[in-house]
Design a protein around this ligand. Structure first.
Ligand code: C5P
Length: 221
């Protein structure tokens, strides 16, 4: 059977990972959350007091890490040097530093190599910021998933706001600032690929977005 690679890029909180997981489930593909890999490097840097601003030290640190993604019952599991860090990489501390870590050239090249290997046999749905533009420029289907910043903040607030004690306004600011850092960095910034299909999910449900992408994938067969 013909299997393709599907790239789903877009700003923070657009629903990429939930949608990508659903699409992968419906197509029998493997889901790969590349943001989780940048988060794992960030967690390790924070733990080892490697300053994100110290790009030489961060580069050396990134080269020593063993990051493994494995499918779990409730989504993808992330292992850092053998330790399950699936939940730890979602902390606010990691979220606030990850874009700075992701701007590092060596970090990006180490992770990009890993991501290309994971996709070499096709049948992968990969979500991130630079999948269609840089990691998998030949992906058969590229989607750029957006939503208004207010809607993205609201979704994130419903997910974590109450439990982590963050206000909606604060979340909106943090999301906007992460998008700005991701879009303005020098190496493979967050940008819509020329051949990507733009989906604005502001007034769509997760299931509607997933169905739209599955339908798009059928047009590529
Ligand atoms: O997808 P998620 O929001 O978990 O990604 C966390 C961060 O990782 C992003 O804000 C971005 O800085 C970085 N990232 C990236 N390239 C990717 C995926 C994520 O730079 N392909």
């Amino acid at each position: 059977v013909f299997r393709m690679n599907i790239a789903i890029d877009g700003p923070a909180g657009a629903g990429k990972s939930t949608v990508a997981r659903k699409v992968a489930g419906q197509l029998g593909y493997i889901y790969i959350d590349t943001g989780a890999m940048y988060r794992a490097v960030t967690l390790s840097a924070l733990r080892n007091r490697v300053e994100p601003e110290n790009s030489a030290a961060l580069s050396e640190h990134a080269k020593t890490l063993n990051i493994v993604l494995r499918p779990g019952e409730h989504g993808q599991l992330v292992y850092l040097n053998g330790e399950d860090v699936t939940d730890l990489i979602r902390s606010r501390e990691v979220t606030l530093s990850v874009s700075q870590v992701a701007a590092n050239e060596t970090v990006r090249s180490v992770l990009t190599d890993m991501q290309r290997k994971l996709a070499q046999d096709k049948g992968v749905v990969m979500d991130g910021r630079d999948i269609g533009t840089s990691v998998l420029p030949n992906a058969e289907l590229k989607v750029f998933l957006t939503a208004s910043v207010q809607e993205r903040a609201l979704r994130r607030y419903r997910e974590i706001g109450l439990s982590q004690g963050i206000t909606l306004e604060q979340l909106e600011k943090e999301i906007a600032s992460r998008d700005k850092l991701d879009a303005e960095r020098d190496i493979s910034p967050l940008v819509c690929a020329d051949d990507a299909i733009v989906l604005d999910s502001t007034s769509m449900s997760i299931d509607e977005v997933a169905a739209a992408i599955v339908n798009l994938s059928r047009t590529k067969l």
